[in-house]
Ligand binder design. Structure first.
Ligand SMILES: NC(=O)C1=CN([C@@H]2O[C@H](COP(=O)(O)OP(=O)(O)OC[C@H]3O[C@@H](n4cnc5c(N)ncnc54)[C@H](O)[C@@H]3O)[C@@H](O)[C@H]2O)C=CC1
Ligand SMILES: CC(C)CC(=O)C(=O)O
Ligand SMILES: [Mg+2]
Length: 361
């Protein structure tokens, strides 16, 4: 049966990197017989400018009926400081919660060809393969009360609330353990249970859930230490499970261990296995429109889509092999090129991956 993919380019570099992903999907359709149809819709600042809302009802409705969604990135200075493109009641967070995408998988894998591009020494990152499992529809990005209020003395106070129910913690921990069972069987739960009651509960629930997975080992780590350990000795981690905000921050840090934030894909899944796929980075306004963005995180997100939502693991493997082949040939966008070395643009990198895919057929 033909699968429907909704394409949401978004803002900044979003349309540029998504264009390369669409080329890749077209190649899989025409040359490899993948039964897919794609449809494009507006989201983020682009939707706000065109339709007056960063998450038009039509976009959410299309996302709900699609087999999978591919998103570029949203937001940028034009729509700041409120960041209308991202807020929970609208924009990206509204899309994530509207689809119930509570499980965000962010694999930080070092391609051996990029060992020199890592911020750490090659011997410290060789073979790096961490899966960060980030809770995506709860926590401080969604908790109530929130806002900026004026106190009786006229001073303003900003507040956000870190809120998790036991069931929200339990379901994300189960995802982490189920993933760990297929890899190194080690889960590190990251919290701040020494000062935040909400994450004291997180630790308690994670420990309880671990009892159902006796073949896996659970450890706990405070988030400040986890950040330090990630840049000290990252290979100690197999699966990390954590809250929305901690996972957001730790995955950006982990990205640099693989060479660039332009290398990290993600899958965001709901309870029905429906997913949205996006690079972990933002809309990079500083390089937008310059054909300078690394499209590989987005292409690798397509691979995750094929694996997790479309039941096409062989095609996912093909994309990952094509990325590897292109890196092996020495092609680099600026973010992963050695200082002073020549770099290719977004389009050339996307074309090279498509060529490598075809060449391997
Ligand atoms: N999922 C999303 O749509 C996200 C959106 N944002 C939004 O994006 C905008 C920019 O946010 P920033 O904090 O600057 O984060 P960012 O991730 O967009 O950029 C941070 C730095 O990484 C570089 N970078 C990012 N992606 C790259 C790529 N594919 N290739 C090469 N270099 C890349 C950028 O040029 C920039 O120097 C803001 O409006 C923010 O709210 C931020 C994070 C996620
Ligand atoms: C809306 C933000 C939480 C986006 C972001 O930085 C992310 O998901 O990584
Ligand atoms: Mg982020």
């Amino acid at each position: 049966m033909t699968k429907k993919i909704l394409i949401l380019p978004g803002d900044g570099i979003g349309p540029e990197i998504v264009a390369e992903a669409v080329k890749l999907l077209d190649c899989l359709r025409t040359d490899f017989g993948l039964a897919i149809e794609t449809e494009e819709a507006l989201v983020g600042g682009a939707a706000y400018d065109a339709a007056g809302h960063p998450l038009p009802d039509q976009t959410l409705a299309l996302a709900k009926t699609a087999d999978a969604v591919l998103l570029g990135a949203v937001g940028g200075p034009k729509w700041e400081p409120l960041e209308i493109a991202l807020r929970p009641e609208k924009g990206l967070l509204g899309l994530r919660s509207g689809l119930g995408l509570f499980a965000n998988l962010r694999p930080a894998i070092l391609y051996p060809q990029l060992a020199e591009a890592s911020t750490l020494k090659p011997e410290v990152v060789a073979g790096l393969d961490i899966m960060i499992v980030r809770e995506l529809t709860g926590g401080i990005y969604f908790g109530e009360p929130r806002g900026v209020e004026t106190l009786a003395n006229g001073e303003r106070r900003g507040l956000n609330s870190l809120v998790y129910t036991e069931s929200e913690i339990e379901r994300i921990c189960r995802v982490a353990f189920e993933i760990a069972q297929k890899r190194g069987r080690r889960v590190c739960s990251v919290d701040k249970a020494n000062v935040l009651e909400c994450t004291e509960l997180w630790r308690e629930v994670a420990t309880r859930v671990a009892g159902d997975y006796p073949d896996c080992e659970l450890s706990h780590m405070y988030v400040d230490n986890a950040a330090m350990q990630l840049v000290r000795a990252p290979k100690q981690f197999d699966v990390m499970v954590t809250t929305n905000m901690f996972g957001d921050i730790l995955s950006d840090a982990a990205a640099m261990l693989t060479g660039s934030i332009g290398m990290l894909p993600s899958a965001s899944l709901n309870a029905d296995g429906q997913g949205m796929y996006e690079p972990i980075h933002g809309s990079a306004p500083d390089i937008a429109g310059q054909d300078a963005a690394n499209p590989l995180a987005t292409l690798l997100s397509v691979a995750m889509m094929l694996r997790y939502s479309l039941g096409e693991p062989d095609h996912a493997d093909r994309i990952e092999a094509a990325v590897s082949a292109v890196l092996e040939r020495g092609l680099r966008t600026k973010d992963i090129a050695a200082p002073g070395a020549s770099a290719v643009g977004t389009r050339a990198m996307g074309d090279a991956v498509v060529d490598a895919l075809r060449a391997a057929s």
